[in-house]
Design a protein around this ligand. Structure first.
Ligand SMILES: *[C@@H]1O[C@H](CO)[C@@H](O)[C@H](O)[C@H]1NC(C)=O
Ligand SMILES: *[C@@H]1O[C@H](CO)[C@@H](O)[C@H](O)[C@H]1NC(C)=O
Ligand SMILES: *[C@@H]1O[C@H](CO)[C@@H](O)[C@H](O)[C@H]1NC(C)=O
Length: 370
C-alpha cells in the first residue's frame, strides 16, 4: 500500500515538468534552423538553398527571430545572400562551421557571404562558430579576382561576436556603408604569406567599434578606408600582418575622407607595420584626427609609418594628413626605421606670375602657365 502511494506522488510531480518542456518547444516557432530547411551539414553537399530559405523565412517573420546554424556540423555553401530589409530583428546563432568551396566551384562573385540592408542584426558565434574560406586554392593565382569571405553592406546597428574566420582568398570581413557596428571577440587566421588577406576592411562607415579580437593575416589586420569616421579599435592583437592601417587613400585620383579614428591598447606581434597611414599621390581629401595610443610592439619592422608616396609615382596632389597622435608606444622593432613620417608638402612648389614649362622635375610643377 505504501509503495503505491509513492508511485502516484512521483507521477504527479513529474508530469507538470513534461508539460512545461513541451510548451517551450512548441512556442519557439521564431527559430529557423537551416537543418529544417534541408541542409545536410556534412561539409560536402551544397547547402546553399537551405540557407537561403531559412533566411527568407526568418527575415519576413515579425518580431525577433533566430536563424540557427547548429554546432557540430559543417556546411558547404557556394554563396550566402542574407538580404533585407527584414520585418524581423534577427539573431544569427552561428555555432556551426561554414566552408567555402574550392576555387573551381566558387560562383563568380566578390564575396562568399553577403549581408545587405539588414538593420539591427546580431551574429553570435558563441565561441564555436567558424568560417573557413578555403583560400589556399586561390593564393597562388596572382591574376585571379580573388573573393572575400564576409561582407556587410548597409547594415546599421550590426553586432558580430565570438566567431572565427580563417583562410579567406582575399579580405576576411568587410564593412561598407554601415552606421553603428560592433565587432568583438573575433579571431581571424590566415598565413603571413597569403596575399591581400586583410582581416577587417571598413569603408564609407561611421560609428564602428572593433574590440577584443585576434587577427593573423597576410595583409592589414584592420584597414580603415575612405569614408570612415568615428572608428574605435580596442584591444586588438595583430600579427602576423601589416598592422592597423588608415588607407590606402586617394587611389587612382580618388577623394577620400577619414576622420576621428582611435586605436588603443593594441599589440602588434611580428608585423611589418604597426600604426600606418598610407596615401597615394594624385588623390585628394583628408585623413584627420587619428590617434594610436597604448601600443605594444613585439619585433615590429616599421612601428610608426606615414607614407604619402605610397606606390611612389609623381603626382601634383595628395590627401592631406593632419592631427595625428602616436602616444604610449613601447616594445621592440626589427627594421631600420622606427618612426617614418614621409609626408608630402603641397606647398613645396609655388608659382607666382611664373610662366614656362617644367618637365621631369621633382616635385612636379603643375602651376606654371604658358
Ligand atoms: C553583441 O552581441 C553579444 C552576443 O550576443 C552581446 O553579448 C553584446 O552585448 C552585444 N553588444 C551590443 C553592443 O549590443
Ligand atoms: C577626434 O576624434 C575623437 C574620436 O576618436 C572625438 O571624440 C573627438 O571629438 C575628435 N576631435 C575633434 C577635434 O574632432
Ligand atoms: C588600456 O590599457 C591601460 C593600461 O593597461 C588601462 O588602464 C586601460 O583601462 C585600457 N583601456 C582600454 C580601453 O582597454
Amino acid at each position: 500500500m505504501q509503495g503505491f502511494i509513492v508511485c502516484v506522488l512521483v507521477l504527479y510531480f513529474i508530469s507538470p515538468c513534461l508539460c512545461i518542456r513541451f510548451n517551450v518547444r512548441t512556442t519557439s516557432d521564431t527559430t529557423y534552423n537551416v537543418m529544417q530547411y534541408g541542409a545536410t551539414g556534412d561539409g560536402k553537399s551544397d547547402d546553399t538553398k537551405a540557407f537561403s530559405s531559412a533566411w527568407s523565412n526568418a527575415c519576413k517573420a515579425e518580431g525577433k527571430t533566430t536563424l540557427v546554424i547548429p554546432s557540430g556540423k559543417s556546411f558547404l555553401v557556394k554563396k550566402v545572400d542574407f538580404i533585407g530589409p527584414c520585418n524581423a530583428e534577427i539573431l544569427i546563432q552561428f555555432e556551426g562551421k561554414i566552408v567555402a568551396p574550392s576555387k573551381d566551384a566558387w560562383e563568380a562573385r566578390p564575396y562568399l557571404i553577403e549581408i545587405d540592408s539588414v538593420n539591427g542584426l546580431t551574429i553570435d558565434g558563441n565561441n564555436v562558430g567558424e568560417i573557413d574560406g578555403n583560400g589556399a586554392t586561390w593564393w597562388d593565382c596572382s591574376d585571379c579576382k580573388r573573393p572575400g569571405v564576409f561582407h556587410f553592406h548597409k547594415c546599421d546597428k550590426l553586432n558580430v561576436s565570438n566567431l572565427a574566420i580563417s583562410n579567406s582568398p582575399r579580405s576576411h570581413v568587410s564593412v561598407n556603408e554601415c552606421n553603428g557596428a560592433t565587432i568583438s571577440k573575433i579571431s581571424i587566421d590566415a598565413p603571413d604569406s597569403s596575399p591581400n588577406t586583410d582581416g577587417i576592411d571598413v569603408s564609407d562607415s561611421i560609428n564602428i567599434l572593433i574590440q577584443d579580437s585576434n587577427i593573423k593575416s597576410g595583409d592589414d589586420c584592420i584597414a580603415i578606408n575612405g569614408g570612415t569616421s568615428f572608428l574605435d579599435a580596442k584591444r586588438i592583437t595583430c600579427g602576423p600582418g601589416h598592422g592597423i592601417s588608415v588607407g590606402s587613400l586617394g587611389k587612382d585620383g580618388a577623394s577620400d575622407q577619414v576622420s576621428n579614428i582611435y586605436v588603443q591598447n593594441c599589440t602588434f606581434k611580428e608585423t611589418t607595420n604597426g600604426a600606418r597611414i598610407k596615401t597615394f599621390p594624385g588623390g585628394s581629401g583628408y585623413a584627420k584626427n587619428i590617434t594610436y595610443e597604448q601600443i605594444i610592439l613585439e619585433n615590429v619592422k616599421n612601428p610608426i609609418i606615414i607614407d604619402q608616396e605610397y606606390n611612389n609615382y609623381l603626382q601634383e596632389t595628395s590627401v592631406s594628413v593632419s592631427s595625428v597622435t602616436f602616444r604610449g608606444f613601447s616594445g621592440t622593432y626589427t627594421g631600420k626605421v622606427a618612426i617614418n613620417l614621409d609626408c608630402k608638402n603641397d606647398a613645396s612648389v609655388i608659382c607666382k606670375n611664373a610662366h614656362g614649362k617644367a618637365t621631369d622635375t621633382i616635385p612636379n610643377v603643375p602651376c606654371l602657365s604658358n
